[in-house]
Design a protein around this ligand. Structure first.
Ligand code: PLP
Length: 364
C-alpha cells in the first residue's frame, strides 16, 4: 500500500476517506446549514477566533483564497508588506502585482532565518497590511508569530496570515497574535480532499471588507459569503462532500483528546523523524521548522532521484522542491495518518535509495 508523506493532499484517515459513501443531504436545507454552522464554529475555535459568523468557505484551492483576499481586503490606498521567503511568499507578491496593488517584499534568502533585523527598514513607513505565509512550505521555515504580530501592532497594520500549512500542526491563535485574517485549506492539516479553502476574519477585518465598494471578482465577493454564512450557506454550490470530511476529521481530533493532543502528536512524529534522520546522517536546516514537515538537505547527491526511487520502488511519496532547490531538498510531511512505524520504514527505504543513487553516481 502506498504511503503519503506529502504536504497535501496527505495520507487520509480511513473514516474520512470513505465518508462520501454515506451520501449527503441537499445543501439548500436548514439541516445542511446547521451542520455547517457547527463545523465552522468548531474550526473557528481551533483558529482562536471567537467572532460569530466570521469563517467562510470557498469551493477552491488555497491560492484562490490568497487572491480573493487581495481583491476583497486591499484598497487602493493600502500599502502592503509581504514576507517573502520562498514559493508561497512569492505567490503573494505575484498576486498583488497582478491586481496592481502597492507592495514591498521583505526577502528572506534560502537558509536564512527571519529576524527583527529584516523588519527594521520597514518600521514607521506607512505600511497598512502585513502578509505572511506563517509556515513557508517550500523551505519549511516557521516564522516567529510574536515578532510579526508585534511589528504589525506597532505599525498599526492589518495582519493577514496564510496558515494553510501550519494550522493543526503548530500552535496558532488569531486573537492572541492579533491576526485579522487567516487562510486555511482542506487538504493540509485537516487531512481531507482538496477543493475547499476557508477564510477567517477578525471583527475589524469584516468592517474593512464591508466598507469596500467592490470586489474585483463577483464569484469571490467576501461580502456575499459573509451574508450567507450566518445560515451556514454559501452564494454558490459548495464542496459538500469535503464539508462532511472535515466534520469527520474534527471528530477524529476530538477523540484524540482535542487540539493540544493533536498538536503534541504531530510534534512527536516530527521530532521522532528528525532525531532518527540526524542519527543516520541526514542534514536538516538550522532555521526554525514547522512541525508540519521536515526538509532534508542533500549537498552531494540528487534529492530528486531519491524521491523517484521512493515512489517507484517503495510506493512512498515525499515532496520535491521547485526551482533551484529541486535537486537539493526533499520534504517529509508529518500531518497525515502516518505512524512511527511508517516513519521507521520511510527512513529505512530512504537509506536504501541514497545508497542506490550514490552507487549510480559513482558508476558502480
Ligand atoms: C498548499 C499551500 C497553499 C495552497 O496551494 P493550492 O495549490 O492553491 O492549494 C498556499 N499557501 C501555502 C503556504 C501552502 O502550503
Amino acid at each position: 500500500m502506498a504511503k503519503l508523506f506529502t504536504c497535501g493532499p496527505v495520507q487520509m484517515y480511513p473514516s474520512t476517506a470513505t465518508i462520501r459513501k454515506n451520501g449527503f443531504i441537499h445543501f439548500r436545507t436548514t439541516e445542511y446549514g446547521d451542520m455547517v454552522k457547527k463545523v465552522l464554529k468548531k474550526l473557528s475555535l481551533l483558529l482562536g477566533n471567537h467572532v460569530e459568523n466570521s469563517l467562510i468557505y470557498l469551493a477552491a484551492s488555497g491560492t484562490a483564497s490568497m487572491e480573493a483576499t487581495i481583491e476583497n481586503c486591499v484598497a487602493d490606498q493600502d500599502k502592503c508588506l509581504v514576507i517573502n521567503g520562498g514559493g508561497f511568499g512569492k505567490r503573494f507578491c505575484e498576486l498583488l502585482e497582478y491586481h496592481n496593488k502597492s507592495y514591498e517584499s521583505v526577502d528572506i534568502k534560502w537558509n536564512e532565518t527571519l529576524t527583527e533585523e529584516h523588519l527594521k527598514p520597514y518600521e514607521n513607513k506607512g505600511y497598512s497590511i502585513l502578509f505572511v505565509n506563517i509556515h513557508e512550505t517550500t523551505s519549511g521555515q516557521l516564522y516567529n508569530k510574536k515578532l510579526l504580530s508585534d511589528f504589525a501592532k506597532r505599525n498599526n497594520m492589518y495582519f493577514i496570515v496564510d496558515a494553510i500549512s501550519s494550522f493543526l500542526a503548530d500552535e496558532y491563535d488569531m486573537e492572541k497574535y492579533g491576526i485579522d485574517l487567516s487562510i486555511i485549506s482542506s487538504q493540509k492539516g485537516l487531512c481531507c480532499s482538496p477543493g475547499m479553502s476557508l477564510v477567517s476574519f477578525s471583527k475589524r477585518m469584516i468592517e474593512k471588507i464591508q466598507s469596500n465598494s467592490l470586489s474585483a471578482s463577483k464569484y469571490f465577493d467576501y461580502k456575499d459569503y459573509l451574508l450567507n454564512i450566518s445560515r451556514g450557506q454559501t452564494p454558490y454550490t459548495p464542496p459538500v462532500l469535503v464539508m462532511y470530511e472535515i466534520q469527520d476529521m474534527l471528530n477524529i481530533i476530538e477523540n484524540e483528546g482535542g487540539l493540544y493532543s493533536r498538536l503534541a502528536n504531530i510534534k512527536r512524529k516530527a521530532e521522532y523523524f528528525r532525531e532518527k534522520a540526524k542519527k543516520i546522517g541526514l542534514k536538516i536546516p538550522e532555521y526554525p521548522i514547522s512541525n508540519m514537515l521536515t526538509p532534508v538537505i542533500f549537498d552531494n547527491i540528487n534529492a530528486y532521484e531519491i524521491i523517484q526511487i521512493l515512489k517507484n520502488k517503495y510506493q512512498i511519496y515525499v515532496n520535491p522542491c521547485g526551482g533551484e532547490l529541486a535537486t537539493k531538498l526533499l520534504r517529509v510531511s508529518h500531518i497525515g495518518n502516518t505512524s512511527l512505524d511508517d516513519i521507521d520504514n520511510l527512513l529505512e527505504k530512504m537509506q536504501l535509495a541514497i545508497k542506490e543513487v550514490e552507487y549510480k553516481e559513482l558508476n558502480i
